[in-house]
Design a protein around this ligand. Structure first.
Ligand code: MRU
Length: 373
């Protein structure tokens, strides 16, 4: 997508320096900073500190991290150490494990002297595939938006509510939840997006920044506003992303998604999840019981970052000095609250049958996988 007229992906390979470049998202939406990632430690920090974030982007970054690991030392022993090191960076987004395992399957059968080049080629492939998957999700989501638009009177916009940032910055390009929005906007369908703030890290501000750069009408709302808007007929559909969706269609996403799903259900608002296939965890069915939920630093809840009038970006404290904070970063929406899963192969019912019908090949391949393996 474009930033100030220039096309960007959220990460890119600098062939002059042979180094990966990323957008350091900690400074968005106020400052657009990019940085090269040159060491294993920097790769791990980029994921842990959420300089790169969003399930698909975490996966693609991990593939480039393994490419660096193989350049440093292509031995089996180093591969396994690097796999474990990067796999421990963030626990919830399954794309991380997916990308690391894809590297394992592709690289370990090769002679050591071929691994570094093959790893880099694979990382490029994973990044490019992500862009293609998200473009397809956009087309399938566009059809859903078009259907709703057709029922609107006098060209009124389709009101879409989204949570967190499942935008191009959370993927390599297009985004998952935002891809249908960009496609609809580009097709001339009037849309308006309600953007949840998404405390504690306020990823909604990043979504607003993205939508604003692309000219998509939107309104930033506090997390607690969604139920009220739905109750008053001001939301036509919800589209969110996901960090891990189980084989039966339970959806794990940013904390607060579950509450939006409950409100949508109570108000008959369709609740869609944009789901790229690498985000499906075929090894588990019950999301509430089996998805590890990341518990992040409490400081993210007791403090908030923003821009001061002089333009500087500062962190301020919102609670009393001694208030303990709690920070579960994700929650699970059970499949019965999900209207449909918008995948690259079409819209699936959030059920074992629904996912297996669209992805028989992946479901079968996963039969040999162990939970967490
Ligand atoms: O903690 P984050 O910002 O990495 O969480 C991101 C989300 O929850 C997104 O909705 C999800 O990763 C899907 S991104 C296409």
């Amino acid at each position: 997508m474009k930033v100030n007229g220039k096309h960007y992906r959220s990460l890119w390979w600098n062939s002059d320096t042979a180094v990966l470049e990323i957008i350091d998202q900690r400074w968005l939406p106020h400052d657009f900073r990019t940085q090269p990632v040159t060491t294993m430690e920097e790769f791990a920090a980029a994921i842990v500190e959420m300089r790169v974030r969003g399930a698909p982007l975490i996966g693609a970054t991990a593939a480039y991290a393994m490419a660096l690991a193989m350049k440093i030392d292509p031995s089996n022993d180093h591969f396994e150490k690097a796999w474990a090191y990067f796999n421990a960076t963030r626990p919830t987004a399954v794309n991380l494990r997916w990308a690391l395992n894809r590297c394992k399957d592709a690289l370990l059968p090769l002679p050591e002297n071929q691994r570094a080049d093959a790893a880099l080629t694979l990382a490029h492939e994973i990044a490019d595939e992500d862009v293609g998957i998200n473009a397809q999700i956009g087309q399938h989501g566009l059809a859903l938006i078009r259907e709703i638009a057709a029922k609107k009177k006098d060209g009124a916009p389709v009101n879409i509510l989204t949570h967190c940032n499942a935008g191009w910055l959370a993927t390599v390009d297009w985004g998952t939840a935002t891809s249908p929005m960009y496609h609809a906007h580009d097709a001339g369908i009037p849309i308006h997006v309600w953007v949840d703030e998404t405390r504690p890290r306020n990823q909604g501000a990043i979504t607003s920044w993205e939508l604003g750069r692309h000219g998509v009408p939107h309104t930033y709302i506090v997390d607690n506003a969604g139920g009220h808007l739905m109750q008053h007929g001001m939301v036509d559909m919800v589209i969110v992303g996901t960090d891990r969706t189980t084989s039966r269609g339970d959806v794990c996403n940013k904390i607060g998604t579950y509450l939006k799903a409950l409100a949508a259900h109570a108000n008959n608002v369709p609740f869609y999840v944009a789901l790229p296939s690498p985000t499906i965890d075929w090894t588990i069915a019950d999301g509430v019981a089996d998805i590890p939920i990341e518990e992040r630093d409490a400081r993210e809840t007791t403090h908030v970052q923003g821009k001061l009038p002089d333009g500087s970006i500062e962190m301020v404290q919102v609670t009393p000095d001694d208030t303990p904070g709690g920070n579960p970063a994700f929650d699970v929406t059970p499949n019965h609250l999900v209207t449909g899963l918008i995948t690259e192969r079409g819209v699936a019912k959030a059920s074992t049958e629904g996912l297996q019908a669209l992805f028989p090949d992946l479901a079968k391949a996963a039969q040999t996988q162990k939970p967490g393996g």
